[in-house]
Design a protein around this ligand. Structure first.
Ligand code: NAD
Length: 387
């Protein structure tokens, strides 16, 4: 068996890596740059760390601040229209996954015909056929890994869908943990567990390979050892660095191996209840892993070890049970509700959630255990009861 591995954008990682921004922009023959960010990041001065050096270097910048968390399709359509109308020659995304996903979309769909809706994975009718504007992605959360993936996620009425093509890959990613120091505990927790979920789902994915295993296990180590510290003390520089590398590695892992059941069940939670993506993944992670445990015991034993525990004197089965317990403990320790009730979700919602999750066939196909409608309902039920 062989597999395709993509490590696409040229990446700068580590403390103060943002200092490479201007030299990277100079490699492209550009003048008029659209910076895509959210209003809060502009208000706290984080966006200035990108615009000021570019302006000092003589570039014309326009800061677009209409990004919202978990962006709906309409926000993407408006941004694409803006990008087309103003004839930019580069896009730079500064923010969490929401800003970065919209940046990929803007740069790519702006050079294509039609609307964003025409290119959605589940319902679109048009194909992406060419590379868009040059792009640089600068994450300010340690979570989505969006800076290294070819996916843009959009919220629809009751679920989420993606626009995906290798032409959405950025030219450059700058992953500077210094930009994450201002993250509040709640966002640190949700985005950190999002990254952990990417790593775990990559490791148990049917498409995992030795390359993605290496990335995923190191991501699990770094995130597990530092997430509690980063949530409790956001000023802890080393914990921020660990989460930054962890989310970057997890992004490379899941881009190549894919995510599975947790994400398939999380998308309808985000779509129907507007729960942040990281929280949706976090609340489901222990229950999905508990349900599919038998299909990937050996891999769960490895995850248990990577989380900093020792399975030396344990059977594979025992270690896999403990892995599920430790995942639940971690989610609780970082302050995320560990049941759907904790997000005020009513029992009547479980059937509609199941109906939407089962549509995520591409994602579900990577689960080591086939998840049918009754399985998905059973997982939502367990997550609802918190058992
Ligand atoms: P986000 O971008 O929605 O940001 C969450 C909140 O954190 C916002 O209010 C933002 O203002 C704030 N924030 C961001 N950086 C900050 C900082 N440094 N200091 C203080 N506040 C800060 O959150 P996210 O979890 O990074 O992204 C979620 C989106 O990414 C969802 O739409 C999700 O579906 C998508 N996603 C994409 C991929 C991908 O590969 N493209 C993967 C996973 C998730």
């Amino acid at each position: 068996m062989s597999e395709k591995i993509t490590f696409a954008p040229i990446s700068y990682t580590g403390w103060d890596s943002l200092s490479h921004l201007v030299e990277e922009v100079r490699r492209f023959n550009v003048n008029k740059i659209l910076i895509i960010t959210d209003p809060f990041l502009k208000d706290i001065g984080l966006t200035d760390k990108v615009t000021v050096p570019l302006e000092e270097a003589g570039y014309a910048t326009d800061v677009y601040t209409e990004v919202v968390p978990e962006p709906p399709l309409a926000v993407g359509e408006k941004l694409v229209a803006y990008t087309r109308d103003h004839q930019f020659d580069m896009v730079i995304g500064v923010g969490g996954g929401s800003a970065l996903d919209l940046t990929k979309l803007a740069g790519t769909i702006a050079v294509h015909e039609g609307n964003v809706a025409d290119y959605l994975n589940l319902t679109g009718t048009k194909q992406i056929i060419k590379k868009g504007l040059p792009s640089i992605l600068i994450p300010t959360t340690s979570g989505t890994g969006s800076e290294v993936t070819n996916i843009s996620v959009l919220s629809l009425e009751t679920t989420k869908d993606v626009v995906t093509h290798d032409y959405l890959l950025a030219d450059v990613a700058i992953v500077d943990p210094a930009l994450t120091m201002s993250l509040p505990p709640k966002v640190t927790a949700a985005t950190g567990v999002d990254a952990l979920t990417h790593a775990i789902e990559s490791y148990i994915s049917k498409n995992a390979s030795p390359v993605t295993d290496a990335l995923a296990l190191q991501a699990i180590r770094l995130i597990s050892q530092s997430i509690r510290t980063a949530v409790a003390n956001g000023d802890d520089k080393q914990a921020r660095i660990d989460l930054s590398y962890g989310s970057y590695l997890a992004g490379l892992a899941f881009f190549n191996a894919g995510v599975a059941g947790v994400h398939a069940l999380a998308y309808p939670l985000g779509g129907q209840f507007h729960i942040a993506h990281g929280d949706s993944n976090a609340v489901l992670l222990p229950y999905v892993m508990g349900y599919i445990r038998q299909s990937c015991e050996k891999r769960m034993k490895d995850i248990y070890d990577a989380m900093g525990f020792s399975s030396t004197n344990l059977s594979q089965e025992e270690a896999s049970y403990r892995c599920v317990d430790e995942l639940k403990r971690l989610v609780e320790d970082v302050g995320i509700p560990s049941s759907l009730k904790g997000f005020n979700i009513e029992e009547e919602a479980l059937s509609p959630l199941t109906k939407d999750a089962i549509k995520q066939t591409r994602i579900l196909a990577r689960s080591p255990m086939a998840l049918l409608e009754e399985d998905i309902y059973g997982i939502y039920r367990a997550a609802f009861d918190g058992e």
